[in-house]
Design a protein around this ligand. Structure first.
Ligand code: UDP
Ligand code: MG
Length: 335
């Protein structure tokens, strides 16, 4: 009896809340910012986001900052914002888990009807956001931003990134979006979908493609970093590239199969040739040491390469089977 009345009471409150929501058409927008050593960018970013909030009073706002184990005063900067503005909330991760995981933590706790992911360094102008919101209102569920120029990125990095995109596109049937980063608006549906994808080696750009939903694009001009340096060095970008390819497709495994096939076929034909030659002309005395060495080294190389490729996938299986949480939280406020 008690339970029934409880349930009854609950459903009454629930329908009341639903009705309230109908009367209150204000949609909530979460701005999700992963931060790693950004103590100087955060106040500037906050000022810009604040302007945006004043421009668009028809939305309820939530500024969700994820501190990804920063080693500087980022957490203090966030805390002081929180003290003066209740719409700022934050999650403090227990260590540096990397941007991809920090974003997942943010998506897990975001409460908005849509979530906009933006970097803390202001390379992505918040002024693009009204345009994104307009497209969202038109019914698009994933509004991604494509950068027109890559100001502030060194030449070599631009070239390598282009090479990587070409490689990835060759390996996969899905559309790889060039010059599209994590700056985008995600509808609640997309957020809920992404929350279900809890792999550890996250390549979020690939996940965005994988979930599907109605996508459209806006463009922006990438700015110079406001302060500080990029935290992605050559090595971490290389890791990201390998993660990208291995989590997006299994084509490299097929390549090693094909390579094995080609080498075996070549060996077979060469055997036929040697056999016929021996019968017709007669055998060779021992000769051809350089050829032998070259063939051996070549085959050794191909074998090691194939093993390495298998190893990459095996390592991923190993990491996933440990089934650890993707990130750990030390402290959260307002979420
Ligand atoms: N970031 C993070 N964890 C990391 C590295 C970076 O949360 O381990 C955040 C960083 O604070 C910034 C965003 O990810 O908001 C993009 O980083 P960065 O500007 O260094 O990368 P780039 O713009 O060079 O790709
Ligand atoms: Mg940046």
């Amino acid at each position: 009896m008690h339970e029934i009345s409880n349930k009854f009471g609950f459903s009454l409150t629930y329908s009341y809340l639903c009705r309230l929501k109908q009367f209150d058409p204000m949609k909530k927008v979460t701005i999700l910012v992963p931060c790693y050593n950004e103590e100087h960018s955060i106040p500037i970013l906050y000022a810009r986001l604040n302007e945006l909030r004043e421009q668009l009073p028809e939305y309820a706002w939530e500024f969700l900052l994820v501190n990804d184990g920063s080693r500087d005063g980022t957490l203090d900067a966030i805390r002081s914002l929180r003290a003066q503005d209740p719409q700022v909330c934050y999650i403090d991760l227990s260590r540096n888990f990397g941007k991809e995981r920090a974003m997942l933590a943010g998506l897990d706790y975001a409460t908005g009807d849509c979530v906009i992911i933006i970097d803390a360094d202001l390379q992505q102008p918040p002024e693009t956001i009204p345009q994104m919101l307009k497209l969202w209102e038109e019914g698009y569920e994933d509004v991604y931003a494509r950068r027109l120029t890559r100001h502030g990125d060194p030449w070599l990095r631009r070239k390598l990134s282009l090479l990587f995109y070409n490689l990835l596109q060759r390996f996969t049937r899905d559309d790889v979006l060039r010059n599209v980063g994590d700056f985008r608006l995600l509808d609640r549906k997309c957020v809920d979908a992404l929350k279900q994808l809890r792999e550890h080696e996250r390549y979020t750009k690939g996940l965005f493609v994988w979930i599907g939903y109605k996508k459209t694009e806006v463009t922006y001009v990438q700015q110079e970093r406001a302060v500080g340096n990029s935290s992605f060095g050559f090595l971490s970008l290389l890791t990201l590239a390998v993660d990208g390819i291995t989590s997006f497709s299994t084509a490299p495994l097929r390549i090693s199969t094909v390579m094995g096939l080609i080498v075996s076929l070549a060996a077979f034909f060469y055997m036929c040739y040697v056999l016929i030659k021996t019968i017709v002309i007669g055998g060779d005395p021992v000769q051809g040491f350089p050829t032998l060495i070259i063939v051996m080294l070549f085959l050794g190389g191909v074998q090691l390469l194939s093993l390495g490729i298998i190893g990459e996938y095996l390592a991923r299986i190993f990491n996933e089977t440990k089934n650890r949480p993707v990130y750990l939280i030390r402290e959260k406020e307002g979420v």
